[in-house]
Ligand binder design. Structure first.
Ligand code: HEM
Length: 398
């Protein structure tokens, strides 16, 4: 049984995923959702245009947690960000948002990203010992997306707490207290973003938020609530994911000193190493689709209206796809970029180039400078099933 609540799962989900992948790769969860665990099943499903991401197509009676969710549905404001809507609305809004994510625009961010990384590493070096997550892995993506959007300076800790409460709702199992906390955090976050949009309308600048306000595609603008939901998604997805790639990625390199040494010696290996780390750590472990008709996968019938969770983490370690060394970190792996860490199909991660730019800069600079860093004490995990990552990793540099 897929049970991410079992002792030790967050620290080490891999043996549990391997067991399911082998024994029951099309699995009915105790919560009512279905789960897929094989690379080919997941790759095919994510690209199938007949599936939906819109909750209106879900048969909520099949979900054990539904009654509790429905009770709080009034408090949980609907989120019509592109992650949760289907074409044609998805196509229209994604086209508007993606204007700001062209490879050329992302490339112009390189000097700013390098400066933020250098400043963070200087501060960590000066301290002699530092927490990698609060020193580099969290502030880098947070500051980059804030700067891109042109967010006014705000209370980072407060926003980090709201964001953490909100992303808990994408875990497959969640308690009633967590739903209540998420509803409150989401009201606060939406309130803040609405204020920021109003402020930006009055103070337009050369930034993403002004561009989104102005975004026009053949005269097609976003409504105010659509704009708010896209900004909230960009803001949250912009930092809650990359933090895990940088934090857990560096942790894994420190646990594989031979690979770390190669990487430190040859900067040309960095882009390939980031692809392999994306595969190996799976910063987003799950994504989902909703069946709009009955499906049959490996002889099992998944009824219309079911939530189908795709274990990207399991697909990324499937030996039928990657070979016998699927569970090993191999920075020289030729086909690492075929991981599904950014999903696939029309919802493929819009921020993939940005995430790679940040991770290449942070990880490349870190290993060149701190190849002899060591972990002090035990790492602290963030307790999340989906956005699995480190909360704290104390490092020594001498
Ligand atoms: C290592 C970092 C990241 C990972 C692993 C990641 C992963 C993902 C995944 C798995 C999806 C869903 C894909 C699907 O269901 O097929 C997604 C969607 C998305 N991501 Fe990312 N992401 C990362 C960073 C970012 C960043 C930095 C941004 C933006 C600034 C971003 C913005 C988005 C958006 C807007 C979507 C929705 C796309 C759509 O539905 O059309 N992501 N991401």
């Amino acid at each position: 049984m897929f049970n991410p609540l079992q002792e030790g799962y967050i620290e080490n989900p891999w043996p549990h995923l391997a067991e399911l992948r082998a024994a029951d790769p099309v699995h009915r969860l105790f919560t009512g959702q279905w789960g897929l665990f094989r690379h080919d099943d997941i790759f095919t499903l994510l690209r199938d245009p007949s599936l939906s991401v819109d909750d209106v197509n879900a048969n909520l009676d099949e979900m054990a947690q539904t009654a509790m969710f429905e009770e709080h549905a009034r408090d949980l404001e609907p989120d019509r960000s592109i992650l949760n809507i289907d074409p044609p609305d998805h196509t229209r809004l994604r086209r508007l948002v993606s204007q700001a994510f062209t490879p050329r625009t992302i490339e112009t961010l390189r000097p700013m990203v390098q400066q933020l990384v250098d400043d963070a590493l200087n501060a960590m070096a000066a301290a002699g010992q530092a927490d990698l997550v609060s020193g580099l892995a969290f502030p880098l993506p947070f500051d980059v997306i804030s700067e891109m959007l042109g967010m006014p300076a705000s209370d980072k800790i407060q926003i980090r707490d709201w964001s953490a409460a909100i992303v808990k709702t994408i875990d497959p199992v969640i308690t009633e207290d967590e739903v209540v906390a998420a509803a409150e955090a989401s009201r606060n976050m939406n309130g803040l973003i609405t204020e920021v949009i109003e402020w930006k309308r009055a103070n337009p600048a050369d930034d993403l938020l002004s561009a989104l306000i102005d975004a026009e595609d053949d005269g097609d603008r976003m409504s105010t609530s659509e704009l708010r939901d896209q900004v909230a998604l960009l803001f949250i997805a912009g930092h809650e994911t990359t933090v895990n790639l940088i934090g857990t990625g560096i942790y894994e390199l420190l646990r594989h000193p031979d690979q770390l040494a190669h990487l430190a010696a040859d900067p040309a290996l960095v882009p390939g190493a980031v692809e392999e780390l994306l595969r190996y750590v799976s910063p987003v472990q799950l994504t989902r689709r909703i069946a709009t008709s009955d499906l049959e996968i490996r002889g099992r019938r998944i009824p219309k209206g079911s939530f189908v969770l795709c274990s990207l983490a399991s697909a990324n370690r499937d030996p039928d796809f990657w070979g016998a060394d699927a569970e090993e970190l191999n920075l020289g792996r030729a086909n690492s970029s075929q991981h599904v860490s950014f999903g696939s199909g029309v919802h493929y991660c819009l921020g993939a180039s940005l995430a790679k730019l940040e991770a290449e800069t942070a990880i490349g600079s870190f290993v060149r400078r701190f190849a002899r860093a060591h972990v002090v004490g035990e790492p602290e995990w963030n307790g999340r099933i989906n956005l699995r990552g480190l909360e704290k990793l104390e490092l020594g540099f001498s």
